[in-house]
Design a protein around this ligand. Structure first.
Ligand SMILES: NC(=O)c1ccc[n+]([C@@H]2O[C@H](COP(=O)([O-])OP(=O)(O)OC[C@H]3O[C@@H](n4cnc5c(N)ncnc54)[C@H](O)[C@@H]3O)[C@@H](O)[C@H]2O)c1
Length: 452
């Protein structure tokens, strides 16, 4: 080992961050304290060459081989994503306590490259978007599984990693930093439990669960095990959502008066041909929980908690499903604003979803993933300092579920990885997923029992 290391140092011999940053190929470091101890001269260590290239924070590492070999003070290891992903003790979330507090740090950490290894459960349609986004941000698919082994095998061949037989195997795999659950919404609690038992962090696709009770249990399991729980809600990371969150905080829209979400989508008969689609047992419902939940999450994030709800639905208005393919809700937010949530998968040909916010100073409209209107009085100065990202090039799943952009996924996954690394809550953690689901469930309850 010593000979190999000396050779390696002779060849690479980077000793400073600048030297490392100048390397065009990966830098291999001595891997253990023992290896380091064998060095005859001090080796100053960063975590990775990437970190050195863009150090945004102090590097908290034993600084010399001598320190590691005979530490006179506690050595604060580990620092790799993998080590962090398998904590030997419960993770204490240092900060932030709320999603909003997390926002600035999320932006900051976009600039810090690092890698993480995902173990994907369910290799269907959305998992491909995940794998592509991971690749784009330097994460790796370490392992995958599916109840259809051929699907998992094909997925592994395409994106790398190993195809494993079960979720248990994924959760036990030493290379897996976090478990990424891309199955139907009725299969969430089990993988979260298994991940928790194995000290793995876990991210689940939306909706977080088929009902609020299960979602609460998932949060508890994750909290008790000290693992990070994330819920995919990628539109939170669209430029439009980010801008609006900041603009509302800064008072640019004034006091909110009316806040709406319209999801007038279309899904084909073929889409609903599998009996699980639109079923209460597997999907938890129809258009509201499966499609409009993105806009519900954004609306709640931007306009705040909902106080009162009235709602009406049509079960199977167009499609042969047991749940709603048309639903309308009237809302009163806790801040006094009123609003509408309208969701459908029955409206041919399907239109880009909209979130519309009206305040005392003006209006903002998000269409698909873009801010398409920003009509605000007296906003000239603020618009120079923080210009509204107005655009018309909308990406929307209005008629095609996979017509969605990768960029917000990439941002959300970076935020999730960073939450693991810095022991904070992700922007969309379990509580945030639950809050959106609570609105869904309250709308369903009101539809079932209109006089409640
Ligand atoms: N965020 C988004 O924009 C977005 C878009 C589409 C779908 N989704 C969500 O992603 C989830 C999956 O949807 P999809 O369209 O990829 O479905 P899909 O049917 O294409 O894929 C689901 C996969 O999970 C596998 N699976 C089912 N049970 C399993 C189990 N117990 N263990 C292992 N594998 C299992 C299935 O065999 C299938 O391959 C849903 O919750 C859906 O709402 C999110």
């Amino acid at each position: 080992m010593r000979g190999r290391l000396e050779m390696q140092l002779a060849v690479d011999s980077p000793e400073t961050g600048h030297d490392l940053a100048a390397q065009s190929r990966p830098v291999r470091f001595p891997e253990t304290a023992h290896d380091l101890a064998a060095q005859s001269r001090p080796v100053r260590f960063p975590e990775t060459a990437h970190d050195l290239a863009t150090p945004s924070r102090p590097v908290r590492f034993p600084e010399t081989a001598h320190d590691l070999a005979a530490p006179s003070r506690p050595v604060r290891l580990p620092e790799t994503a993998h080590d962090l992903a398998t904590p030997s003790r419960p993770v204490r979330f240092l900060s932030p306590k709320t999603a909003l507090e997390g926002f600035p740090s999320m932006r900051l950490h976009y600039n810090v490259p690092y890698s993480m290894n995902a173990g994907i459960v369910g290799t269907g349609a959305i998992s491909h978007k995940h794998a592509q986004a991971y690749r784009n941000i330097g994460f790796r698919v370490a392992a995958c599984t599916d109840i259809n082994p051929a699907s998992a095998q094909a997925f592994a061949e395409r994106y790398g990693g190993v195809a494993l037989a079960s979720v248990e195997d994924i959760c036990r795999h030493p290379d897996v930093d976090f478990v990424d659950v891309c199955t139907f919404p009725d299969f969430r609690l089990q993988p979260v439990r298994l991940a928790a038992q194995n000290g793995k962090h876990v991210q689940v696709q939306k909706p977080m669960a088929i009902n609020v009770a299960v979602a609460r249990e998932m949060i508890e399991v994750a909290r008790d095990a000290g693992i990070v729980l994330g819920v995919a809600s990628q539109h939170r990371f669209d430029d439009s959502s980010i801008f609006l969150r900041k603009a509302i905080d800064a008072g640019r829209l004034g006091r909110l008066i009316q806040c709406d979400a319209y999801v007038k989508w279309f899904r084909s008969a073929e889409y609903y041909s599998r009996p699980i689609k639109g079923s209460w047992a597997v999907e938890g419902g129809g258009a509201l929980i499966n499609q409009a939940i993105h806009q519900i999450d954004i609306l709640r994030w931007l306009a705040g908690p909902v106080k009162n709800i009235q709602a009406m639905w049509q079960l199977g208005a167009l499609h042969k499903i047991e749940s709603e393919d048309v639903v309308n809700a009237l809302l009163r937010f806790e801040n006094g604003a009123t609003g509408v949530i309208q969701a459908s998968t029955a409206l041919w040909p399907g239109y880009s979803e909209r979130v519309e916010l009206h305040g005392t100073r003006g209006s903002a409209i998000v269409t698909g993933d873009q801010l398409t209107s920003w009509d605000v009085q007296g906003d000239e100065e603020a618009s120079i300092a923080d210009p509204p990202p107005l655009s018309t090039g909308v990406a929307s799943g209005a008629s095609d579920p996979m017509a969605i952009s990768l960029t917000p996924f990439e941002r959300q996954f970076r935020d999730f990885g960073d939450a693991i690394r810095s022991r904070r809550k992700p922007l969309v953690g379990g509580e945030e997923g639950l809050a959106a689901l609570e609105i869904v469930e309250r709308i369903y309850e009101t539809c079932r029992n209109p006089t409640a």
